[in-house]
Ligand binder design. Structure first.
Ligand code: URP
Ligand code: ZN
Ligand code: ZN
Length: 471
């Protein structure tokens, strides 16, 4: 009998944002060719009975082979990051091409594409980071890059080397509204943080845990409110990234109720960890130092409500890998450095989906359909990858993650594929794990073995937003 398909993933529970149905998925030429029961044979057959078949994850916020404004390089390059992502059920990443002041945006975009080209094992696109919106950048470079497949960019309201003034935010938001791009915003009030941090340090409160005290909920709430106001004035669509607390979420809900086009993203560290982690002894607490900081249990609970009720559109890792025990990582300024001089961020490309599956789906906080939406489909829609990616549908790329919903795993850094010396989720007991990842029809991760060559991943030029896309 001749084979109808290159690959058939047979008999799994296929999960989309709309439904969970038992079906086979037939793949030909890297695309989904058929979905249904009793499909003909494939050259390769995967028995998915008792497994879930989800859209491969889209990690739409991660920092890969990215220099900070002080020249510090992330520990993961495009090879290690994409291997780690694939082993965590992710089939597409959207990291950043980061402009530092004085740099030309088209050159920055070309440089990051060059970094990824021969290393990435799964598909990738790029958001830009805009820290220097010169007249040429706003009038020429950004419109050209948006048209060339980079229809989203991140801006900062904090970090001296990155932050934009309100006037600059208005300029780039107006441009984004005109060009149908998405403005991703890191929302924290910079002056309030600097004021609090200076007082803490002057009082000798320099340990990592004071990082959280210097960036209380109020500084995030204020910045989200201001961003919503600026977005409303300009008509821009704004994605508030790494939302960490209820008050920020309430500002987003209120802005939407006023008609502002405001989207929200959160990350597993805010859904599974609390600020108590910063009480760990000595420099170990620096593992958990990120911005916005980890919050309390009530905020964590509120984020789960937001993820379930649609207030939060997208889940991403915010993978920002700086090794703990490394003079080129968290310890760049020494292990006694004040919290103001410790690089921010936690790693999480590989653990993002398993942590949220376990804490969310397995614990009954979100449905499988919602998990598919926030881990893949919404990001595809918002960032211009849909319907090619983020969905299990005929004609889409065959990007699939096969999950064993019952597999119990205790997370250890040793099992992960990033180039990090820690995971913030060490020792966490999880239920549910992606046991196979299929990327454009290639089985790249199966039962603990990774098999794909550097360079197999492709750059995906994304399209602009539809006029009125809601996630
Ligand atoms: O602390 C964090 N989140 N570091 C990564 C950079 C960013 O702002 O997303
Ligand atoms: Zn940020
Ligand atoms: Zn980030």
């Amino acid at each position: 009998m001749t084979s109808r398909f290159d690959l058939v993933v047979r008999g799994g529970l296929v999960v989309t944002e709309a439904a969970v149905v038992e079906a086979d998925v037939g793949v030909t030429g890297g695309l989904i060719a058929a979905i249904g029961r009793g499909l003909g044979r494939g050259l390769e057959e995967i028995d998915a009975a008792g497994r879930l078949v989800l859209p491969g994850g889209i990690d739409s916020h991660c920092h890969v082979e990215q220099e900070s404004s002080t020249g510090l390089m992330t520990a993961d390059d495009f090879h290690s990051a994409t291997v780690a992502a694939a082993c965590g059920g992710v089939t597409t990443i959207i990291p950043f091409a980061a402009q530092h002041r004085g740099q030309n945006l088209p050159e920055v975009a070309a440089r990051y594409r060059g970094r990824a080209r021969d290393k990435a094992v799964i598909d990738y696109a790029f958001h830009l980071i805009v820290s220097d919106p010169t007249p040429a950048a706003v009038a020429e470079h950004l419109p050209a890059l948006i048209a060339d497949g980079y229809p989203s960019f991140k801006v900062y309201t904090t970090y001296d080397a990155l932050k934009l003034t309100d006037r600059q935010l208005l300029e780039v938001m107006a441009l984004a509204a005109r060009e149908r791009a998405v403005v991703m915003v890191h929302a924290e009030n910079s002056d309030a943080i600097a004021w609090a941090a200076e007082r803490l340090v002057a009082a000798g409160h320099t340990a990592p845990r004071y990082h959280a005290e210097s960036r209380p909920v109020a500084v995030e709430r204020e910045a989200v409110h201001r961003i919503a106001t600026l977005a409303g004035l300009t008509g821009a669509t704004v994605m508030v990234v790494h939302v960490s607390c209820r008050e920020a979420l309430d500002e987003i809900r209120a802005a939407r109720a006023r008609g502002v086009s405001m989207l929200a993203e959160t990350c597993p560290q805010y859904l599974a960890l609390t600020v108590d982690e910063l009480n760990r002894p000595g420099f170990e607490a620096a593992k958990f130092l990120c911005s916005p900081p980890l919050r309390g249990g009530a905020d964590l609970a509120a984020l789960w409500v937001g993820l379930a009720d649609g207030s939060i559109d997208v889940l991403s890792s915010d993978h920002a890998p700086y090794r703990l025990d490394d003079p080129a990582g968290k310890a760049v300024n020494g292990k006694d450095a004040p919290f103001t001089r410790i690089p921010n961020g936690v790693p999480g490309l590989e653990t993002c989906l398993p942590v949220v599956f376990s804490e969310g789906v397995s614990r009954g906080r979100i449905t499988l359909e919602r998990f598919a939406a926030v881990s893949a489909t919404n990001a595809a829609r918002i960032y211009g990858l849909y319907p090619r990616k983020g969905v299990i549908a005929v004609g889409a790329d065959a990007d699939l993650a096969v999950w064993d919903p019952d597999r119990e795993t205790t997370v250890t850094n040793a099992q992960l594929h990033h180039r990090m010396d820690y995971t913030a989720f060490e020792g966490m007991r999880l239920r549910g794990w992606p046991v196979m990842t299929v990327a454009r029809g290639d089985v790249v991760w199966r039962d603990g073995a990774f098999a794909a060559q550097p360079g197999r991943g492709r750059f995906i030029a994304r399209s602009r937003r539809e006029r009125s896309v809601a996630s």
